[in-house]
Design a protein around this ligand. Structure first.
Ligand SMILES: N[C@@H](Cc1ccc(O)cc1)C(=O)O
Length: 600
């Protein structure tokens, strides 16, 4: 037999994600790990870290903490800023962020500590995302003024299932973005996704109290804002909630011990839990005989907490809410088009800050983007980049590309030409993606639950009635009855379309010339489907929306620079048969009945 034939044969296999054929190297020569999970030779890794540390000390490179600060991730450091800066430079300590599955999805407000963790991961720090399937049973009182309602078992199971999926997807997208933004390939990288139910379910109450409980002081626990507020507002607090920090602290101790996790990141409301966790880990180390705790040379093995800031927009609103509703990361609760649009609407004063927080674009790149943005703000270059990167992180590259195309279609540069058929097609595609791939009963139940969750969390807003939200939740097309369209009714139509919170707001928007409608038959011979935006005339009482109907069935409206709504117009009879409603509809009917008019 020839020598060649005796060699192990290499097999081709197809990477399920990229569908490319790959040839693994011959047995024994295989590189350890992949880009996302790579373990390097310890000696090589140590020398790499030493070189990096020297560069930082000589001012040739930025330290990890400086990078995080520069991008706006750091509000408070528990354990000392300088000490943490030194430690992060000295060794690749483990870091973690936890999230409790209190809902079926995370919202963009959750992203801040996660983004900081992803930066650490991409820079070579072993990183853990933790799902609190155990702690969710207790309920974290941090940042809340009222007690959480107890979750039914099946609801909890669905939340856990969906969040678990979401975090796995996030990690995949982070890897792709890391490669795209050219994070170094030749460094050790490790990421873990853990669930605290795995250890909390086996934790005995006596062990927890004897070991951890004995180290938690009542004074500091009572001094926490979340406790004080509840005592003062008369709500009071259940003992289980009060004891929550103990469980989060136990998580940390467990991961400190098993995975070398020395840093925990969290939103600013988590600061108290971070400090409690640091004390608890110190206490556990002491009772397990670690002499170094608290000594001068202990920084190397110590724990640190990093709290990210609470975001507000330049105009003072809470970030992550769109018209008072949460902006979900799950694409069945908020589709890519809407998520893209949320970020596209970012104010010029906020966009640079958000690019630093929500993208992996290097700072120099952001500076260039901002430079070109300032030359012509109307193009919204920076907002488009931001929106695309966020959708790429949350939903993946393919969806981000589609959402971008749909929006660019709606605002093709300069002329504001608008192709309804093109936009419709893309929206349909985005909508199709919302449907689960393998439709079994469980998936359908989960889908229905998510849709209801998303719409019920929006039902208290000015624009919302549940039925309207459920028709809007699935796509960006809203259905309205033809009877709403009559001379002088534009303010009410803007309200019904969900573009403003009330009819009078609609009046004001038109008066300040901030409302637009697509003109029918405005295409040129070269581009017959190209349609143009026109400002809705401020002669409100004599303007009739019927004049703007496209193909007798659609009205396309825009508020301000980027909030678009396509309205499908059907007869009132059909509207009622389909069981639909829209903001202002009940009032409209009541008024009509009062004035004795007949429905058409
Ligand atoms: N308590 C955190 C989530 C969390 C849970 C367990 C942990 O170990 C850490 C964090 C929150 O509500 O946001």
């Amino acid at each position: 037999m020839s020598l060649l034939r005796q060699l192990p044969r290499t097999r081709l296999y197809v990477c399920p994600r990229c569908i490319r054929k790959q040839r693994p190297s011959i047995e024994g020569q295989r590189r350890k790990g992949t880009w996302a999970q790579k373990i390097m030779d310890p000696a090589q890794e140590a020398s790499q870290w030493e070189q990096r540390a020297n560069k930082i000390k000589n001012g040739l490179d930025k330290s990890m903490l400086t990078i995080l600060e520069e991008r706006g991730f750091v509000k408070d450091v528990a354990g000392g800023r300088q000490q943490l800066d030194w430690l992060l430079t000295q060794k690749p300590i483990g870091a973690y962020v936890g999230v409790d599955p209190t809902a079926p999805s995370m919202h963009v407000g959750h992203l801040l500590p996660f983004m900081a963790l992803f930066w650490l991961y991409l820079s070579g720090y072993p990183s853990v995302t933790l799902l609190g399937a155990g702690t969710v049973l207790i309920g974290d009182p941090s940042g809340r003024t009222t007690e959480r309602a107890r979750q039914a078992d099946d609801v909890r199971t669905m939340n856990i299932l969906n969040m678990r999926r979401q975090i796995v997807q996030l990690w995949t997208h982070v890897k792709c973005l890391g490669i795209k933004h050219r994070f170094p390939a030749e460094i050790s990288r490790s990421r873990k996704f853990l669930d605290n139910h795995t250890w909390l379910q086996n934790l005995s109450a006596t062990e927890l109290m004897r070991d951890l409980g004995s180290g938690m002081r009542l004074g500091s626990m009572l001094a926490r804002d979340s406790v004080k507020v509840r005592m003062e507002n008369g709500e009071g607090m259940a003992f289980s909630e009060f004891s929550y920090p103990l469980f989060q602290a136990y998580d940390w101790w467990w991961m400190y011990n098993k995975h070398g996790v020395q840093l925990q990141l969290g939103g600013s409301d988590q600061y108290g839990n971070l400090c409690a966790g640091m004390d608890a880990v110190g206490h556990m180390r002491k009772i397990r005989g670690d002499q170094r705790v608290g000594s001068e040379d202990d920084i190397t093995n110590g724990t640190f907490g990093l709290a990210t800031p609470l975001l507000t927009t330049a105009s003072g609103e809470k970030f992550g809410k769109s018209a008072g509703n949460a902006v979900w990361l799950d694409k069945q609760m908020m589709n890519s088009f809407d998520l893209y649009q949320y970020f596209l609407r970012t104010a010029d004063n906020d966009v640079e800050r958000y690019l630093k927080l929500f993208t992996f674009l290097p700072i120099q790149h952001i500076d260039l983007v901002m430079e070109s943005q300032r030359k012509d703000e109307s193009k919204r270059t920076a907002q488009h980049i931001l929106a695309k990167e966020v959708v790429e992180l949350a939903h993946g590259a393919e969806d981000a590309k589609k959402a971008e195309a749909a929006h660019k279609e709606a605002f093709s540069q300069g002329t504001h030409t608008f192709s309804l058929s093109g936009l419709r097609k893309t929206l349909e595609e985005i909508k199709k993606k919302d449907q689960p791939d393998n439709v079994d009963e469980g998936e359908l139940k989960l889908l229905a639950y998510k849709k209801t969750y998303a719409s019920s969390s929006t039902s208290q807003t000015a624009t919302g009635t549940t039925a309207e939200d459920s028709q809007k939740g699935a796509s960006n097309v809203i259905t309205l009855p033809l009877t709403l369209l009559s001379e002088g009714s534009f303010p009410g139509v803007l309200h019904a379309a969900g573009l403003v919170g009330s009819k009078s707001e609609g009046h004001r928007l038109i008066a300040k010339r901030g409302a637009y409608v697509v003109l029918p038959n405005s295409g040129s011979p070269e581009n017959p489907s190209g349609l143009k935006w026109e400002q809705i005339p401020d002669a409100i009482s004599t303007t009739d929306p019927n004049q703007y109907l496209l193909d007798w069935e659609a009205l396309v409206l825009r508020s301000g620079k980027s909030k678009i709504q396509i309205c499908r117009i059907i007869t009132e009879e059909q509207f009622e048969t389909e069981g639909l409603t829209c903001p202002g509809w009940e009032e409209f009917k009541a008024r009509r009945a009062e004035s004795g008019e007949q429905a058409q």
